[in-house]
Unconditional design. Structure first.
Lengths: 113, 109
Protein backbone atom coordinates (compact mmCIF):
# COMPACT_ATOMS: atom_id res chain seq x y z
CA UNK A 1 0.00 0.00 0.00
CA UNK A 2 1.32 3.43 -0.92
CA UNK A 3 2.10 5.70 1.97
CA UNK A 4 4.56 6.68 4.66
CA UNK A 5 6.07 3.98 6.87
CA UNK A 6 7.95 4.80 10.04
CA UNK A 7 9.67 2.59 12.58
CA UNK A 8 9.73 1.81 15.42
CA UNK A 9 6.19 2.42 16.60
CA UNK A 10 7.22 2.49 20.26
CA UNK A 11 10.57 3.02 21.96
CA UNK A 12 11.72 3.57 25.52
CA UNK A 13 15.15 5.10 26.09
CA UNK A 14 17.21 6.08 29.07
CA UNK A 15 18.56 9.63 29.28
CA UNK A 16 21.74 9.88 27.23
CA UNK A 17 21.02 6.96 24.92
CA UNK A 18 20.89 7.45 21.17
CA UNK A 19 18.47 6.16 18.60
CA UNK A 20 17.31 6.66 15.03
CA UNK A 21 13.74 6.83 13.80
CA UNK A 22 13.36 5.54 10.27
CA UNK A 23 10.91 6.81 7.66
CA UNK A 24 10.26 5.72 4.10
CA UNK A 25 7.70 6.80 1.51
CA UNK A 26 6.80 5.11 -1.75
CA UNK A 27 4.89 7.96 -3.39
CA UNK A 28 7.92 9.44 -5.17
CA UNK A 29 7.54 12.64 -3.15
CA UNK A 30 10.37 15.16 -3.14
CA UNK A 31 9.74 16.71 0.28
CA UNK A 32 9.85 14.90 3.62
CA UNK A 33 9.34 16.14 7.16
CA UNK A 34 9.70 15.20 10.80
CA UNK A 35 7.22 16.60 13.34
CA UNK A 36 6.77 16.08 17.03
CA UNK A 37 3.40 16.15 18.73
CA UNK A 38 2.96 17.12 22.34
CA UNK A 39 -0.32 17.56 24.24
CA UNK A 40 -1.93 20.92 23.53
CA UNK A 41 0.87 22.02 21.20
CA UNK A 42 -0.20 20.53 17.91
CA UNK A 43 2.46 19.44 15.46
CA UNK A 44 5.80 21.20 15.48
CA UNK A 45 8.29 20.85 12.66
CA UNK A 46 11.70 19.50 13.66
CA UNK A 47 13.48 19.20 10.31
CA UNK A 48 12.50 18.91 6.70
CA UNK A 49 14.06 17.95 3.42
CA UNK A 50 12.79 19.71 0.32
CA UNK A 51 14.62 17.31 -1.96
CA UNK A 52 17.17 14.53 -1.92
CA UNK A 53 20.46 15.84 -0.61
CA UNK A 54 19.04 18.84 1.27
CA UNK A 55 17.87 19.28 4.84
CA UNK A 56 16.74 22.33 6.79
CA UNK A 57 15.84 23.13 10.37
CA UNK A 58 12.26 23.59 11.38
CA UNK A 59 10.79 25.16 14.48
CA UNK A 60 12.32 22.84 17.11
CA UNK A 61 15.57 21.28 15.74
CA UNK A 62 17.72 21.29 18.88
CA UNK A 63 18.79 17.82 20.02
CA UNK A 64 18.05 16.21 16.65
CA UNK A 65 19.85 15.38 13.44
CA UNK A 66 18.45 14.11 10.15
CA UNK A 67 19.65 12.30 7.08
CA UNK A 68 17.95 12.21 3.70
CA UNK A 69 19.45 8.91 2.63
CA UNK A 70 17.76 8.86 -0.77
CA UNK A 71 14.49 10.06 -2.22
CA UNK A 72 12.50 7.47 -0.29
CA UNK A 73 14.09 7.64 3.16
CA UNK A 74 14.44 10.36 5.77
CA UNK A 75 15.75 9.42 9.22
CA UNK A 76 15.70 11.33 12.51
CA UNK A 77 18.45 10.77 15.07
CA UNK A 78 18.60 11.60 18.74
CA UNK A 79 22.27 11.56 19.73
CA UNK A 80 21.77 11.93 23.48
CA UNK A 81 18.13 11.57 24.44
CA UNK A 82 16.61 13.82 27.10
CA UNK A 83 13.27 13.51 28.93
CA UNK A 84 12.09 16.65 27.09
CA UNK A 85 12.21 14.60 23.90
CA UNK A 86 9.47 12.30 25.14
CA UNK A 87 6.87 12.78 22.44
CA UNK A 88 5.10 11.25 19.49
CA UNK A 89 7.06 11.70 16.29
CA UNK A 90 5.49 11.84 12.85
CA UNK A 91 7.16 11.57 9.51
CA UNK A 92 5.37 13.05 6.51
CA UNK A 93 5.94 13.52 2.82
CA UNK A 94 4.63 16.03 0.33
CA UNK A 95 3.95 15.68 -3.35
CA UNK A 96 4.98 18.46 -5.70
CA UNK A 97 2.26 17.75 -8.23
CA UNK A 98 -1.36 16.80 -8.26
CA UNK A 99 -3.14 17.29 -4.96
CA UNK A 100 -0.04 18.63 -3.18
CA UNK A 101 -1.01 17.57 0.32
CA UNK A 102 1.00 16.30 3.25
CA UNK A 103 0.70 12.56 3.99
CA UNK A 104 1.63 11.31 7.46
CA UNK A 105 3.00 8.08 8.85
CA UNK A 106 1.33 6.38 11.81
CA UNK A 107 3.72 7.86 14.38
CA UNK A 108 6.48 6.71 16.73
CA UNK A 109 5.89 7.08 20.45
CA UNK A 110 9.17 7.74 22.25
CA UNK A 111 9.60 7.80 26.02
CA UNK A 112 12.85 8.98 27.57
CA UNK A 113 13.30 8.05 31.21
CA UNK B 1 7.48 31.30 13.68
CA UNK B 2 3.96 31.56 12.36
CA UNK B 3 1.17 30.66 14.75
CA UNK B 4 -2.29 29.37 14.08
CA UNK B 5 -4.92 29.88 16.74
CA UNK B 6 -7.37 27.01 16.68
CA UNK B 7 -10.51 26.99 18.79
CA UNK B 8 -12.04 25.52 20.73
CA UNK B 9 -9.33 23.33 22.27
CA UNK B 10 -11.87 20.68 23.15
CA UNK B 11 -15.57 19.95 22.74
CA UNK B 12 -17.83 17.43 24.43
CA UNK B 13 -21.08 17.14 22.53
CA UNK B 14 -24.15 14.95 22.25
CA UNK B 15 -24.46 12.60 19.31
CA UNK B 16 -26.49 14.29 16.57
CA UNK B 17 -25.33 17.80 17.37
CA UNK B 18 -23.49 19.99 14.89
CA UNK B 19 -19.88 21.02 15.54
CA UNK B 20 -17.95 24.08 14.49
CA UNK B 21 -14.26 24.85 14.90
CA UNK B 22 -12.04 27.50 13.40
CA UNK B 23 -8.51 28.70 12.87
CA UNK B 24 -7.09 32.16 12.55
CA UNK B 25 -3.64 33.32 11.57
CA UNK B 26 -1.62 36.52 11.51
CA UNK B 27 -0.24 35.48 8.12
CA UNK B 28 -1.89 34.58 4.85
CA UNK B 29 -1.78 31.13 3.33
CA UNK B 30 -2.44 29.88 -0.17
CA UNK B 31 -3.98 26.62 1.04
CA UNK B 32 -5.92 25.61 4.14
CA UNK B 33 -6.17 22.00 5.20
CA UNK B 34 -8.15 20.14 7.82
CA UNK B 35 -6.85 16.87 9.25
CA UNK B 36 -8.32 14.35 11.68
CA UNK B 37 -6.23 12.20 13.98
CA UNK B 38 -7.59 9.01 15.52
CA UNK B 39 -5.92 7.63 18.66
CA UNK B 40 -2.61 5.95 17.87
CA UNK B 41 -2.62 7.07 14.26
CA UNK B 42 -1.19 9.85 12.16
CA UNK B 43 -3.34 12.75 10.95
CA UNK B 44 -5.42 12.04 7.87
CA UNK B 45 -6.52 14.73 5.44
CA UNK B 46 -10.24 15.56 5.51
CA UNK B 47 -10.57 18.62 3.32
CA UNK B 48 -8.23 20.84 1.32
CA UNK B 49 -9.12 24.42 0.35
CA UNK B 50 -7.19 26.14 -2.41
CA UNK B 51 -8.93 29.46 -3.06
CA UNK B 52 -9.95 32.35 -0.83
CA UNK B 53 -13.69 32.21 -0.24
CA UNK B 54 -13.90 28.55 -1.27
CA UNK B 55 -16.56 26.49 0.48
CA UNK B 56 -16.06 22.73 0.22
CA UNK B 57 -18.05 19.79 1.53
CA UNK B 58 -17.08 16.18 2.13
CA UNK B 59 -20.09 14.25 3.37
CA UNK B 60 -21.11 15.75 6.72
CA UNK B 61 -18.05 18.01 6.73
CA UNK B 62 -18.01 21.55 5.39
CA UNK B 63 -15.01 23.85 5.41
CA UNK B 64 -14.36 27.34 4.16
CA UNK B 65 -11.24 29.26 3.21
CA UNK B 66 -11.63 32.76 4.62
CA UNK B 67 -11.73 35.63 2.17
CA UNK B 68 -8.78 37.33 3.90
CA UNK B 69 -6.76 34.07 3.53
CA UNK B 70 -6.03 34.25 7.25
CA UNK B 71 -8.76 31.99 8.59
CA UNK B 72 -10.77 28.86 8.00
CA UNK B 73 -13.59 26.99 9.67
CA UNK B 74 -14.74 23.37 9.74
CA UNK B 75 -18.30 22.30 10.45
CA UNK B 76 -19.45 18.75 11.17
CA UNK B 77 -23.16 18.15 10.93
CA UNK B 78 -25.12 15.51 12.85
CA UNK B 79 -22.13 14.17 14.77
CA UNK B 80 -21.70 10.43 15.31
CA UNK B 81 -19.48 8.53 17.77
CA UNK B 82 -16.79 7.84 15.15
CA UNK B 83 -16.24 11.59 14.78
CA UNK B 84 -14.27 11.39 18.03
CA UNK B 85 -10.65 12.44 17.58
CA UNK B 86 -8.40 15.45 17.28
CA UNK B 87 -8.96 17.85 14.41
CA UNK B 88 -6.11 19.99 13.15
CA UNK B 89 -6.17 22.93 10.83
CA UNK B 90 -3.08 23.69 8.79
CA UNK B 91 -2.11 26.65 6.67
CA UNK B 92 0.14 25.91 3.73
CA UNK B 93 2.51 28.16 1.85
CA UNK B 94 4.54 26.40 -0.81
CA UNK B 95 5.65 23.09 0.67
CA UNK B 96 5.54 24.29 4.30
CA UNK B 97 2.66 23.75 6.67
CA UNK B 98 1.86 25.40 9.98
CA UNK B 99 -0.54 23.57 12.27
CA UNK B 100 -3.06 24.73 14.80
CA UNK B 101 -3.03 23.29 18.30
CA UNK B 102 -5.91 20.92 17.58
CA UNK B 103 -9.51 20.55 18.70
CA UNK B 104 -10.27 17.41 20.69
CA UNK B 105 -13.81 16.26 19.92
CA UNK B 106 -15.66 13.92 22.22
CA UNK B 107 -19.13 12.64 21.33
CA UNK B 108 -21.56 11.30 23.89
CA UNK B 109 -23.87 8.61 22.50
Amino acid sequence: NAGVTQTPKFQVLKTGQSMTLQCAQDMNHNSMYWYRQDPGMGLRLIYYSASEGTTDKGEVPNGYNVSRLNKREFSLRLESAAPSQTSVYFCASFGDSGANVLTFGAGSRLTVL
Amino acid sequence: GQQLNQSPQSMFIQEGEDVSMNCTSSSIFNTWLWYKQDPGEGPVLLIALYKAGELTSNGRLTAQFGITRKDSFLNISASIPSDVGIYFCAGQWGNMLTFGGGTRLMVKP
